[in-house]
Design a protein around this ligand. Structure first.
Ligand SMILES: Cc1cc2nc3c(=O)[nH]c(=O)nc-3n(C[C@H](O)[C@H](O)[C@H](O)COP(=O)(O)O)c2cc1C
Length: 240
């Protein structure tokens, strides 16, 4: 006889209340590409609560099956008119990541020179180290792009970030960190290093990897600060 799920499994699988699991039957549902039980991934709400922007990674490789599962979650995000206007550029080749690093170092040094800093070999080494121990320490980078030649290109700016959000949550559920990077790795740098054609707009680039550590949450506003009940004109005093 299959062992019954323990209480923790029920908590983790809270979303599946009402499925045969809630009746004490072993789940046969499996995550798409992985064939893994839900127990091996975090529950939805645990995932949402514990996702963090991660900026330092271990070199541990990301198995292909995990990578595909994460991208598959992004693929399932809603889009305007179901147009699905994305490209997910996946960068894993260490040589290519090295080129991105070189481009970022060159850019950093250029900025320093423009500010009058004398750029010595030591300065260059410290700029490189701060990048390779930070944003550029991950084994995988994903550039989320939308296609300007999609069916409804004026809606791409909604569709793009939704896929990125799904991707980041799926990564967290499987134990990986991400961060929605915009300015820290400028668009023009990724465009040049990765030969991104003009028709694609970059939504973000995210590293993907096992976090060196999960950061504490930055301070978040309370839920009540966001809620407006029924109409703005009847909002509680102090809330607008
Ligand atoms: C539109 C957008 C742009 C962002 N750009 C950057 C960035 O360039 N560099 C960076 O380190 N983090 C960037 N972030 C991540 C935010 O700093 C982070 O989400 C925020 O501080 C909240 O932290 P949390 O993600 O851990 O909840 C960006 C996030 C969003 C949504």
């Amino acid at each position: 006889m299959e062992p019954k799920p323990n209480r923790r499994d029920f908590v983790k699988l809270g979303l599946f209340a009402g499925t045969p699991l809630a009746l004490g039957v072993t789940p046969s549902l499996a995550i798409g590409q992985l064939g893994m039980d839900e127990q091996e991934a975090l529950s939805f709400f645990e995932t949402v609560r514990t996702r963090r922007s991660v900026r330092q990674f271990k070199s541990t490789p990301v198995p292909e099956a995990h990578l595909r599962e994460i991208l598959d979650a992004a693929r399932l995000a809603p889009t305007s008119g179901n147009q699905q206007p994305w490209k997910f550029l996946v960068v894993q080749d260490p040589g290519t990541i090295g080129e991105l690093t070189d481009a970022m170092v060159a850019r950093g040094l250029e900025t320093m020179r423009a500010r009058g800093v004398e750029v010595t070999a030591e300065v260059e080494e410290s700029v490189r180290a701060s990048l390779t121990q930070g944003y550029l320490s991950a084994p995988v980078y994903i550039v989320v792009l939308t296609d300007g030649e999609s069916q409804y290109p004026t809606y791409n700016h909604w569709d793009g970030p939704l896929a990125a959000g799904y991707l980041m949550l799926a990564a967290r559920a499987l134990g990986y960190g991400t961060v929605f990077i915009t300015d820290a790795i400028p668009d023009e740098v990724t465009r040049e290093v990765f030969d991104i054609p003009d028709r694609y707009t970059r939504v973000c680039i995210t590293p993907l990897g096992v976090p060196e550590a999960w950061p504490d949450s930055p301070e978040k506003k309370s839920l009540d600060e966001f809620i407006v009940q029924d109409r703005f004109s009847q909002a509680t005093p102090g809330h607008s």
